[in-house]
Design a protein around this ligand. Structure first.
Ligand SMILES: *[C@@H]1O[C@H](CO)[C@@H](O)[C@H](O)[C@H]1NC(C)=O
Ligand SMILES: *[C@@H]1O[C@H](CO)[C@@H](O)[C@H](O)[C@H]1NC(C)=O
Ligand SMILES: *[C@@H]1O[C@H](CO)[C@@H](O)[C@H](O)[C@H]1NC(C)=O
Ligand SMILES: *[C@@H]1O[C@H](CO)[C@@H](O)[C@H](O)[C@H]1NC(C)=O
Length: 206
């Protein structure tokens, strides 16, 4: 009898250890992360629903893991990177900031050649991901003054911002401070006007 009890105790200990190991390897805190993952899914679906063309992003579906959505990558089951370049989203930065830049763990956002229009805006009351370091908005139709870049001020960790090949107005006289500590700001191929001043369109600001 005694050996049997010992074995079953050992068996339960093993089960306990395995279950601990499983919850440890899944995520540091599985319950808060699964609600975070759910929130990420909801935000991505809200973004999709806001698009004028509802047939885009066909793999972005309800009740699915957002890490499986095309163009989306995750770290620890949270959305960390989005690259949906060349998909004709035809939306604006108010929508992009509301639903994508606010993803809690987003580090990198690439929306090159996606038909973005309007000014460099950021949705009122929205809070940018504190981890967002890189945003690529190249080859779109963003317009308005380049000083609107200051609207991205809540993206406190933003280091690289590519605004090349848009329709932004950059007047060399207007040496506005952008309120961001960017390392790379690419403004090449925009509407640079004003007196002839040597302006390096790829500014290294630090
Ligand atoms: C919506 O997107 C699909 C897929 O890219 C495209 O075939 C279709 O022409 C688009 N519809 C409109 C109204 O732009
Ligand atoms: C983004 O996706 C496009 C094609 O879908 C690819 O060519 C490009 O290298 C990707 N960029 C990044 C930064 O991952
Ligand atoms: C952005 O797009 C949304 C939805 O299409 C629209 O309601 C809003 O007025 C647009 N905002 C700007 C600044 O263009
Ligand atoms: C820029 O975007 C247009 C469509 O909006 C596309 O035809 C063109 O190939 C893109 N150019 C580059 C350099 O990505």
């Amino acid at each position: 009898m005694k050996p049997h009890i010992a074995i079953s105790n050992y068996f339960f200990l093993l089960l306990f250890l395995l279950s601990q190991l499983q919850s440890f390897s899944a995520t540091p805190s599985s319950s808060s992360s699964s609600s975070g993952t759910y929130r990420d899914t909801q935000q991505l679906l809200s973004f999709k629903d806001s698009l004028p063309n509802s047939t885009l992003l066909p793999s972005w579906l309800p009740n699915q893991n957002p890490c499986e959505f095309s163009g989306v990558s995750c770290k620890l089951n949270r959305v960390s990177s989005i690259n949906i370049s060349t998909i004709p989203l035809s939306t604006n930065l108010t929508i992009v900031s509301t639903f994508l830049m606010t993803l809690d763990a987003l580090e990198s956002l690439t929306l090159k050649s996606t038909g973005l229009t309007g000014p460099i805006s950021f949705a009122a009351k929205s809070k940018c991901s504190p981890l967002l370091t890189s945003v690529d908005l190249a080859n779109n139709s963003l317009s308005g003054p380049i000083s609107d870049v200051s609207n991205l001020g809540s993206c406190s960790n933003l280091k690289v911002l590519d605004l090349s090949s848009n329709l932004l107005d950059f007047n060399a006289k207007d040496s506005a401070r952008f309120g961001l500590s960017l390392q790379v700001l690419d403004l090449s191929f925009n509407k640079i006007s004003g007196p002839a001043v040597a302006v390096d369109p790829v500014q290294r600001l630090q």
